[in-house]
Every structure is written in structure tokens, then in C-alpha cells.
Design a protein around this ligand. Structure first.
Ligand SMILES: [Zn+2]
Length: 127
């Protein structure tokens, strides 16, 4: 996952955002994948973003298949980490002009334990 990592060293200890492989727990500082799952039934859902070194990717998929099973409508998706980060940096400064109504706002994130965080936008619409 994308994590804050405590680093010791000179000139000072730092807390650094980093890509950490969800299989081997080592930093991904080269070729890697961002992996997530999505489905549209019973509603638009996605998983959090997972991270894997390229050689760890198949093992990550095997770990996550029971959590986000294909036979329950989940689809595995991935993007090269470098490309994903470039798109993320771009989108952090550019609103989705082609989606002014924000259809993504109804999406909920399903954590690996099945936890669904409250969707404040959707809850506000229901009032
Ligand atoms: Zn790894």
C-alpha cells in the first residue's frame, strides 16, 4: 500500500510516503504495479489500492482472490506504478471536467475485511 515509513538516518529521521509491497513488505523503488479490484453490482464498489513488485504480483492476486472473488463480480485491475503515480499527480490538480456530476461519488471502498467506510456524499444526498 502507499504508507508512511519511518526512516532513520542522516541528517535526521524522516517520515516518508512510500510504496510498500503488500506481499514481501519491501519498498517498491523500481518496477511495480498498483492493483485494485472493482465491481458494479450490487453497487459501484472498489478495493483500496494495493502495491506489488512485478515478481510479487501473481502472489498478491492469489492472496486477494478470496477477498475479492471473481465469482462475486470482482474484477482485478492494475497499472504500472510509475504511470499510476503520474496520473494521480495530474488528477490532484485537474478536476474531472468530463464528469461534472461526479458519478464516482457513489462508489464505496470495500476494505479487505469487508468494512465499508461511510460515504458522506451519498449520505448527504439521502437527507
Ligand atoms: Zn514484493
Amino acid at each position: 500500500m502507499i504508507e508512511i515509513v519511518a526512516r532513520d538516518g542522516q541528517p535526521q529521521a524522516l517520515l516518508c510516503p512510500a510504496l510498500v509491497c503488500d506481499v514481501c513488505r519491501l519498498q517498491v523503488a523500481g518496477p511495480g504495479n498498483i492493483v485494485w479490484y472493482a465491481r458494479t453490482e450490487p453497487e459501484r464498489q472498489s478495493s483500496p489500492m494495493f502495491v506489488a513488485h512485478k515478481p510479487c504480483n501473481r502472489r498478491l492476486e492469489a492472496m486477494l482472490e478470496p477477498v475479492y472473488p471473481r465469482d462475486k463480480g470482482w474484477m482485478g485491475l492494475w497499472e504500472e506504478a510509475d504511470r499510476f503515480i503520474a496520473q494521480l499527480a495530474h488528477n490532484s490538480r485537474h478536476p474531472f471536467a468530463e464528469d461534472p456530476d461526479g458519478t464516482y461519488l457513489d462508489q464505496v471502498v470495500v476494505q479487505p475485511g469487508g468494512l465499508i467506510l461511510p460515504n458522506i456524499h451519498r449520505n448527504a444526498q439521502a437527507l
